[in-house]
Design a protein around this ligand. Structure first.
Ligand SMILES: [Zn+2]
Length: 123
């Protein structure tokens, strides 16, 4: 008989679990991570990083979201946990289908994608 088994997540992924997510100021979310790191995340950059099927083409991976279409004063109205691995954000522009896995959030925070300094880019 062939035993069935499945891969469990490595324990190290716990480092990517937030211990606290709070609104730091109207433009910024503060996330405290299980490994002690802290990230300050620009909320508009976070909206632009949405990975749902309305914002990213599922087949090509191309962004469908126009940077200029997101209001400068975009804000999260509600942040809900999705299981133990992600959050779902209800945005003030009515968009609420985006799910942000913690691991992706941490990666984007660490590589600077979610910093407030990058808002002036034109592409
Ligand atoms: Zn989206």
């Amino acid at each position: 008989m062939v035993g069935s088994h499945y891969d469990r997540p490595m324990p190290s992924t716990d480092a990517h679990l937030p211990t606290k997510i709070e609104q730091h100021d109207p433009r910024t979310l503060a996330i405290a991570w299980a490994d002690g790191a802290e990230s300050l995340i620009d909320v508009r950059a976070l909206r632009l990083a949405c990975g749902c099927a309305n914002c990213i083409d599922e087949w090509s991976g191309k962004p469908l979201l126009e940077v200029g279409s997101i209001p400068a004063d975009i804000a999260p109205r509600d942040i809900k946990p999705v299981g133990r691995y992600a959050i779902q954000i209800d945005w003030s522009d009515g968009h609420n289908t985006g799910i942000y896995p913690f691991e992706r959030l941490r990666k984007l925070a660490d590589n600077g994608t979610l910093c407030a300094t990058d808002l002036q880019r034109t592409d």
